[in-house]
Design a protein around this ligand. Structure first.
Ligand code: GLC
Length: 570
């Protein structure tokens, strides 16, 4: 029995390897492009999965890779082309996987490497690519490199991390951690401090050390050879620190953790990061892979730099300035879109993720939340660029914030309660149906499912043609078929309108008009498209939330938060 089992599992492995070799040729061609010169990642829709919360196959209350595999048909039907899985490597889970203790394995909580291979192969069969989350700024303090590093001042890995002597009996300088308190932790055994931009269990790697660079780049090769199509690079702005250890200038006031506000000129966005990105990109290009960046920036010039001077760094740096337009406002979104358009880079639109409050609550007005969820889809899925959905956004999942400090799982929420309740609220289990725990698990879920599960779940919404989910499905299907939506240029219209955001997407002789009422009151708009080459434009709805087909583009009535997407012809 045992022998038969091991024979079968070797067969399975051989099969996986063979199928990978057969399909690899197709993937490894030198960046094939479509008729508009776009690469696969420009036409793809990305979807972020927080594996703890997506689907639990073994009923231990935590999601896993087999759970993801079981939902690939759902993702395919939704119109997803690539999934970014947040870290599923072995980890003590202090920061729920963002503290990695081995970059080349899977945490047993999520499964095994064989489960990964099965998932990757099943995804590939459906035309879905896998993007790993690569935590490059720091490791876990339990990673073997750090264990060795801290063991003595002259250990082989000592210089793989950022160590400094105390200054006046305290930390080397005033740098503070993103999660609060000094960013320096004293190691009593060796008498030096190590630097951690995040929790003290997440020591920063020393990217000035060529051995670190080589080891980290090699990790990407290892995963490419296993079939992944790219990486989402975590916290890229934090890779380097000032070698002279200068204090960050102190600004007025305190932050939410009670630390002084600092201008992070010596700890964020240092130039060395671009060399690292170019190195990672070179290897990515050899595998026709994509780099997605967690690129928090405060202006478009900063964001532009992440593409690289010669477009040789991150292909998809996320535009968080778009997500941070916190109000449904035609003029604010118009401004942000035109800034990104003018930067010359390929835009990457996100409206939520595992670190920020869900878009359903952020944009919702408490009265028209479902309509607003469709409106938001109507904007970020019809713009030029690559959109990244956050799991559950397509069904209108809402935040479920803890109400008692003893229930909080995210450490930052416990330390700073109640000013900062942590990120549990946006990480709750995917709502598959309205059975107990939203069908996520047969056990006790690691985080509670909100009451909205009864109405906002995949099963119920699949049966309702007016649901948010059906809207997403139709819109994503349209986006995949329509050349103007995929490749067309962005042409803003009626730029003075304070309520309705409208634009054309034009590709050769195909033109799509998008009109979005970003207000809670009915609006009338009139489009004169003569200057666009349509003296007597006719429109045919492709997708709309309007109850009746509009008679004319010169007198278009839009209900509150309505979406109107139409094909324009002469
Ligand atoms: C990134 C992740 C966040 C994590 C932090 C530290 O910002 O998105 O979840 O806590 O990095 O790794």
């Amino acid at each position: 029995m045992r022998k038969l089992y091991s024979f079968c599992s070797s067969c399975a492995l051989l099969f996986l390897l063979l199928s990978r070799l057969l399909t690899f040729g197709a993937y490894a061609q030198n960046q094939p492009v479509d008729a508009a010169g776009h690469q696969w990642w420009q036409n793809a829709v990305f979807y972020e999965i927080y594996p703890r919360s997506f689907a639990d196959s073994n009923n231990d209350g935590v999601g896993d890779l087999n759970g993801i595999t079981s939902k690939l048909d759902y993702l395919k039907k939704l119109g997803v082309d690539a999934i970014w899985i947040t870290p599923c490597y072995p980890s003590p889970q202090v920061d729920f996987g963002y503290d990695v203790s081995d970059y080349e394995n899977i945490d047993p909580m999520y499964g095994t490497l064989l489960d990964f291979d099965r998932m990757e192969s099943a995804a590939r069969q459906r035309g879905i690519r896998i993007i790993m989350d690569y935590v490059i700024n720091h490791t876990s303090d339990r990673h073997k490199w750090f264990l060795d590093s801290r063991s003595s001042r002259d250990s082989a890995h000592r210089d793989w991390y950022v160590w400094h002597d105390p200054k006046n009996g305290g930390p080397p300088n005033n740098w503070v951690s993103v999660f609060g308190g000094s960013a320096w932790q004293l190691d009593p055994q060796t008498g030096q401090y190590y630097y951690h931009a995040f929790y003290k269990q997440q020591p920063d790697l020393n990217w000035n050390n060529p051995e670190v660079v080589k080891a980290m780049v090699d990790v990407t090769r290892w995963w490419y050879e296993r079939g992944v199509s790219g990486f989402r690079l975590d916290a890229v702005d934090k890779l380097f620190e000032d070698p002279d250890m200068r204090d960050n200038p102190v600004l007025p006031g305190k932050n939410e953790h009670g630390d002084p506000n600092l201008d992070e000129i010596y700890t964020s966005g240092l130039p060395g990061v671009h060399d690292v990105l170019r190195g990672l990109r070179k290897v990515a290009d050899e595998h026709n892979a994509v780099l997605v960046g967690e690129t928090w920036t405060s202006n478009i010039q900063e964001l532009r730099k992440y593409y690289g001077e010669h477009n040789d760094e991150i292909q998809l740096p996320m535009d968080f300035m778009f997500a941070m337009v916190n109000k449904v406002s035609a003029s604010s979104f118009r401004k942000q879109i035109s800034l990104v358009e003018s930067s010359g880079g390929w835009p990457v639109y996100v409206i939520s993720n595992h670190d920020i409050q869900r878009s359903y609550d952020r944009y919702g007005d408490g009265q028209h939340n479902d309509a607003i969820a469709k409106l938001m889809a109507g904007i970020y899925l019809t713009l030029r660029g690559t959109p990244i959905l956050y799991y559950g956004e397509e069904i209108g999942m809402e935040n479920n914030d803890p109400t008692r400090v003893e229930d909080v799982k995210d450490p930052v929420g416990r330390v700073n309660w109640p000013v900062d309740k942590g990120r549990d609220g946006e990480r709750t289990p995917m709502q598959w149906n309205n059975r107990p725990n939203g069908g996520f698990t047969g056990g006790k879920p690691w985080l509670p499912v909100p009451a909205s599960v009864t109405t906002h779940n995949v099963e119920s919404e699949s049966k309702d043609p007016k649901s948010i989910l059906e809207f997403y499905r139709h819109l994503l299907a349209l986006r995949h078929q329509n050349r103007a939506l995929l490749d067309g240029e962005y042409v803003p219209l009626n730029q003075e309108d304070p309520n309705v955001l409208s634009y054309l997407r034009r590709y050769k002789d195909e033109t799509v008009l998008v009109a979005l009422n970003m207000s809670g009151t009915p609006q009338k708009v009139s489009f004169d498209l003569a200057t666009q080459g349509f003296p007597s434009a006719k429109a045919k709805s492709l997708l709309t939330t309007l109850q009746t087909e509009p008679a004319s583009l010169s007198d278009l009535a839009l209900e509150p938060f309505a979406v109107y997407i139409a094909e324009v012809s002469k």
